[in-house]
Design a protein around this ligand. Structure first.
Ligand code: ADP
Ligand code: MG
Length: 612
């Protein structure tokens, strides 16, 4: 009993205007029962006029801000019911106005619950092991790069760390959506947010908390959830005609009956809630569901565009081809050695975020070869790296870029292999051959897009035509643009006639083209890359099949949002029509309209669940 009272107390404090409305209603009921009907009538009338005035004031403010809302209907509903003396109905409309906010905050809290759960799990403490082996608990923010941290069984990894005593299993579902545990070996990096298996392990911190995976993802999600999304598009389209119809029916009812009460009966049945609350709730719920599935959708606009893309373009390297290409072999020219080629290349690629660069650096580390010390290292996006070694120019990258017009000394590679050429002082010293395999899921994803009815699917790549066509052919992509510079990709995407355009990139050197697309999708578990900031959608799991999942979720969310709106408007119209003929008393109409609100909002919450 006490608990119930306390929880009621909390709600009263949180929603004072709703409580006031209910309180006024109760007092008025009691007074009416006690024979003080006249006093109750005056009290209720004054109260609802106050509510209507407040609402009107807000409306004027919004109108000044360039928004024309549906609230005019609720103000008219109160004004007309008061005018004809239907003060109980007026009170129910006041309840709808004040309760709308409460209902909205309940529904959006529910809709956001998945995102909130993600944020609340952020690790706060780390167990630091000092040189003598003593373990002490410190704040996560106090962890420094190089600290050795103990992670107990079942605990969350606090910051990105290199595994010291592997192998160990981690559950990475909270950061990538991947439900199977991942086994990491000694030296591999466990991202923060992954959950340790059943054995205590030690890690060496490689990032501070602010730069760690989980914290970056949480920041992304928090950003997405707080951008007051502009779901108003559908609402805007519908609100003026809806208001017009409601006013028309009210006038018709009045004309037919010769009684202004009829007009009030029509107006109380016109409810704007489905438009104003149900659709936004569906959007937030859909975004929360996507996050749970490893996809961060940053805004309502992106979600809407993602639901029905007319063009989908893919970057090739790192997006359609494997996330982890491997160095197959190294071909030095006569007079140089494998080690010379590899150390020069590794020196140049050390700081490049490109997927192929990482493969080269890894291969050198595995072979125990240190990268050369280079100066003036600059990346030429979509081509390779330029640098300087003791006054001699170094180039590492795609053959066309490194050869710079000269004859290639090497024979053509079989299809499926990729070469990185290496030159020193303008002379080719060797090439690195990599196998950059097509992602196993890519073919299915392209087929899935066709099944969803996407009319245009294209590949945009900086790679040479021969490789590009080979990959495209295996994936069933019939439109290929090869040998592109980043600026060419932007031009093609910006000029695409069939919109919205979705561009899927690996999120490393694709920032400009991701920003140019209507929906830029950044792939890969590295939620933190520069491109993720220019992307509208970030796929946390390193798996292309999330694209289809994201589109399916966006579609279902849009369907539910639109459905909520039309159910609400349909029921409301039916109620108004009935009221026009005079069969719905004002109080019944006002209560029925309240039921319509709840139904449409609950329907909107369905977007939290996965599509089949
Ligand atoms: P895509 O458009 O297919 O993703 P990119 O634009 O990333 O390809 O790069 C185009 C080509 O340039 C790649 O296929 C690769 O051969 C080469 N390349 C780009 N950057 C680098 C780099 N840092 N190291 C080696 N090769 C690179
Ligand atoms: Mg790429």
């Amino acid at each position: 009993m006490r608990a119930v009272l306390l929880s009621i107390g909390r709600r009263v404090r949180r929603f004072p205007s709703v409580s006031a409305t209910v309180g006024v209603g109760l007092v008025a009921l009691i007074m009416t029962a006690a024979g003080l009907g006249e006093v109750a009538r005056i009290g209720v009338t004054v109260f609802v006029i106050g509510i209507a005035a407040l609402q009107l004031w807000q409306m004027v403010r919004q109108f000044r801000g360039g928004h024309w809302g549906l609230d005019v209907l609720s103000v008219l509903a109160i004004a007309s019911t008061v005018a004809v003396g239907e003060y109980w109905a007026a009170l129910v409309v006041a309840l709808m106005i004040t309760g709308g906010g409460a209902l909205e905050s309940y529904a959006s809290a529910r809709a956001r619950s998945q995102m909130d759960a993600l944020m609340q799990r952020t690790p706060r403490v780390a167990h630091r092991v000092d040189d003598s082996g003593t373990v002490s608990d410190i704040e996560v923010d106090a962890v420094m790069v190089g600290d050795v941290l103990l992670v107990k069984p079942g605990e969350m990894v606090p910051v990105d760390g290199e595994l010291i005593d592997g192998p160990a299993e981690f559950d990475q579902s909270s950061i990538t959506g991947e439900s199977l545990p991942v086994e990491l070996t000694t030296g591999a990096t466990a991202p923060s947010g992954s959950v340790n298996g059943d054995r205590a392990i030690r890690l060496r911190a490689v990032s501070i908390a602010g730069d760690s995976q989980y914290q970056l993802i949480v920041a992304l999600v928090a950003d997405a959830a707080s951008t007051k999304a502009r779901f108003v598009r559908i609402a805007d389209r519908v609100s003026i005609p809806f208001t017009g119809v409601a006013l028309g029916l009210a006038a018709l009812g009045w004309a037919l009956s010769g009684d202004p009460v009829r007009a009030a009966e029509v107006l109380v049945a016109a409810t704007p809630c489905p438009l104003l609350i149900a659709a936004p709730v569906a959007f937030v719920a859909g975004m929360g569901n996507a996050a749970r599935n490893g996809v961060i959708i940053k805004s309502g606009d992106s979600l809407e565009a993602l639901a029905h893309p007319r063009t989908v373009t893919f970057d090739k390297t790192g997006t359609l081809t494997g996330g982890a290409p491997r160095v197959e072999r190294i071909d030095p020219v006569a007079g140089t050695t494998v080690a010379q080629v590899l150390s020069l290349a590794a020196g140049a690629e050390a700081l490049s975020p490109h997927v192929l660069a990482r493969a080269v650096v890894d291969a050198a580390a595995e072979a125990g070869i240190a990268g050369d010390d280079l100066t003036e290292v600059r990346e030429q996006p979509g081509a390779g790296v330029l640098a300087d070694r003791a006054g001699e120019a170094v180039r590492v990258g795609k053959p066309a870029f490194v050869l710079d017009g000269r004859q290639d000394p090497f024979p053509l590679l079989p299809l499926g292999d990729t070469a990185i050429a290496v030159s020193l002082a303008g002379i080719i010293i060797g090439r690195i051959v990599l196998r950059d395999q097509i992602r196993p899921e890519a073919r299915g994803v392209v087929a899935g897009l066709r099944a969803l009815g996407v009319p245009r699917i294209a590949m945009l790549t900086g790679d040479a035509e021969r490789t590009a066509f080979h990959v495209a052919e295996q994936l069933g992509i019939d439109e290929v643009h090869a040998d592109l510079l980043p600026a060419d990709k932007v031009r093609i995407v910006a000029a695409a006639p069939e919109r919205p355009v979705v561009m899927v990139g690996d999120g490393v050197n694709d920032a400009p083209v991701l920003a140019a697309a209507d929906v830029g999708v950044a792939m890969g578990a590295r939620g933190a890359t520069a491109a993720s900031e220019s992307a509208d959608v970030v796929i946390l799991l390193d798996n292309l099949d999330r694209l289809d999942v994201a589109i399916a979720i966006a579609r279902r969310t849009m369907r539910i949002a639109t459905q909520s709106i039309w159910i609400g408007i349909g029921l409301s119209l039916a109620l108004m029509l009935a009221a026009t003929t005079g069969v719905v008393p004002a109080i019944v109409g006002a209560l029925a309209q309240e039921v319509i609100d709840v139904v449409t909002i609950l329907n909107g919450l369905r977007a939290m669940r996965n599509p089949r």
